[in-house]
Write a protein that binds this ligand. Structure first.
Ligand SMILES: [Zn+2]
Length: 217
């Protein structure tokens, strides 16, 4: 089994790397958001519990998320899992460790996709996508060849995410550091932490992650 946690602020490219790991190694990505949506849509006891909590406008408890993860771990014959969006706190990290021990599994590596804040803000805030085909562009690093026309499909409408502006990104970064940075120390102390440069290009980051996972022992 290869079980890993991907840590990194919003915009660091966790989603992209998780997709590569899914394709190349058959790992199954366990995203908290997806699991909650899926549970909610199902008719299971857990699903009803999730719906009830969410409809009340309350936050889903760690216990529920751990329950969902446990279900997933037992359901699939995957060669490993990528935990995405959980754990976010030390309490959750302890709970996940206990769960993995209970089902006779381990955690192989925690990969922190470290980024330079200023560079991340520049990268994320210039991003826009074609409203038609979804092609991703960037004001500075990847503009369209002809201004206002999608290279890929010729459409002239583009979208910018409202939360891709520098102010809201800085706020999300602060929240990430406040909540998640204790995990960095926690996993470092356990000898699990590996840092890769999250701002390198996609292939370079993927190779750095592969090197961590293919390390003997
Ligand atoms: Zn397009």
């Amino acid at each position: 089994m290869t079980n890993i946690i991907l840590l990194g602020p919003p915009g660091a490219g966790k989603g992209t790397q998780a997709r590569i790991l899914t394709e190349e190694r058959g790992l199954v990505q366990l995203s908290t958001g997806d699991m909650l949506r899926e549970a909610r849509a199902s008719d299971s006891e857990m699903g009803r519990k999730v719906a009830e909590v969410m409809d009340r406008g309350d936050l889903v408890t760690d216990e529920i998320v751990i329950g969902l993860i446990e279900e997933k771990l037992g359901m699939t014959k995957a060669p490993g899992f990528i935990f995405d969006g959980f754990p976010r706190t030390l309490g959750q990290a302890d709970a996940l460790g206990a769960l993995l021990a209970r089902v006779d599994q381990g955690l192989d590596a925690v990969i922190e996709m470290r980024v330079d804040d200023a560079a991340l803000v520049a990268r994320v805030s210039g991003r826009f996508t074609c409203a038609d085909c979804g092609e991703v562009y960037h004001d500075e690093t990847r503009p369209t060849a002809k201004p206002g026309i999608c290279d890929n499909c010729g459409a002239t409408e583009f979208k910018r995410r409202a939360d891709d502006n520098p102010e809201s990104l800085k706020q999300r970064l602060m929240e990430y550091y406040k909540k998640t940075s204790p995990l960095i120390g926690y996993y470092h102390a356990k000898g699990k932490l590996n840092v890769v440069n999250g701002l390198a290009d996609i292939g370079t980051v993927a190779r750095a992650i592969a090197k961590v996972l293919d390390r003997p022992g």
